[in-house]
Design a protein around this ligand. Structure first.
Ligand code: AMP
Ligand code: MG
Length: 331
């Protein structure tokens, strides 16, 4: 199968609709990362997402809908705080988990009685979702456990030959996956941190908790227990106050003939002599650049030596979660 990359326009949307209506999958842009979308009502289409990605079949998918879609068709028991949050932050990089009505295929939530819903703000995503007017189940459009894609080229690099179409909506502005928020209880609970931070949620909802997964424990969001976001080369992570230790390690690797590269923020980059992948300064910049730099690193290096950015912006909670997972030994 030849994989086409097309800009989002009348032509590509028509093709995307035909593919979706025939049970196929489409690579789609969003403001966070690119998604691999299929009709959420169609079990065999949803199952093919898991096959194409090699995704574990207990890791549920997020359903994407356009801004005018009637959520009451899919979920029940939307609490007041969720309505308030939706008013302020949607469309945007916030996924909300509700009690499912069981309308979509059971394969979407892998047997859970809840459903994760997202309304992306990306213009191309909204156009696609309106054009098909169906709930679209979509995980990130990478091979399972690899770094998430933030451009159409990244999707192509992972899935060329396995999907028919990638809608090209440019580089993702957000860069890390959406915040996943459990809205089934009295208080919203963050299951995965992202660009909509705990402070932002608490400000509108009055309160917000954060679920911390510990290995071997119960994973409220099954994706928590898997290794994620990993480049194909070796990785090593140093804390922000370990610059000299990191540089010593870098020197040793270079001496051994290892193609090593340093990945750090701009403030640190100016202090470093050597091969550097500069993530930028602000939390938003670092989030937007992280996956692209990890993918760049794996192409040019045997080992990425990452130094934790000093930046303490709220979004850095999500960034550090991704960076730690990218450098972790979880299987
Ligand atoms: P991905 O689409 O690859 O970014 O992953 C989706 C994330 O959303 C995973 O961490 C899932 O565990 C989580 N998720 C999806 N549906 C649910 C749900 N019904 N309840 C809890 N977490 C969910
Ligand atoms: Mg993913």
């Amino acid at each position: 199968m030849e994989t086409k990359i097309l800009p989002v326009d009348e032509n590509s949307l028509r093709l995307a609709k035909v593919i979706i209506e025939h049970g196929g999958v489409v690579g789609m842009p969003t403001e966070t990362v690119y998604g691999l979308g299929a009709n959420a009502f169609d079990s065999s289409a949803v199952e093919s997402i898991f096959k194409i990605k090699g995704r574990p079949n207990d890791n549920p998918l997020i359903v994407h809908v356009h801004a005018e879609y009637d959520l009451n068709l899919l979920v029940s028991e939307i609490p007041d705080y969720a309505r308030k949050l939706a008013k302020v932050y949607l469309p945007g990089p916030l996924t909300m988990v509700y009690k499912s009505k069981g309308a979509v295929s059971g394969a979407v939530s892998c047997g859970l009685d809840t459903l994760a819903i997202r309304i992306p703000s990306h213009e191309g995503a909204q156009k696609f979702l309106k054009y098909v007017n169906l709930p679209i189940a979509a995980p990130s459009a990478n091979v399972s456990k690899h770094v998430s894609p933030t451009s159409a080229d990244h999707v192509y690099a992972d899935l060329n030959g396995r999907i028919e179409l990638i809608l090209d909506g440019g580089k993702c502005s957000g860069g890390i996956e959406s915040t996943v928020l459990d809205c089934t209880g009295k208080v919203p609970v963050i299951l995965r941190s992202g660009l909509v931070t705990r402070e932002m949620i608490a400000k509108v909802a009055g309160d917000c908790e954060e679920y911390v997964y510990r290995e071997g424990g119960k994973a409220l969001s099954p994706g928590m227990k898997y290794k994620h976001y990993s480049p194909k080369c070796r990785t090593k992570l140093f804390a922000s106050n370990e610059l000299s230790k990191a540089m010593e390690y870098y020197g040793e690797q270079i001496k051994k003939g290892v193609r090593a590269v340093i990945m750090c923020d701009s403030l640190t980059a100016v202090k470093v002599a050597g091969n550097v992948l500069d993530l930028g300064c602000t939390g938003a910049e670092i989030a937007a650049n992280l996956y692209g730099k990890l993918r760049e690193g794996e192409e040019i290096a045997d080992e990425i030596i990452a130094i934790e950015p000093e930046n303490q912006d709220g979004v850095m909670v999500g960034v550090m979660n991704r960076l730690k997972k990218a450098c972790a030994e979880l299987k």
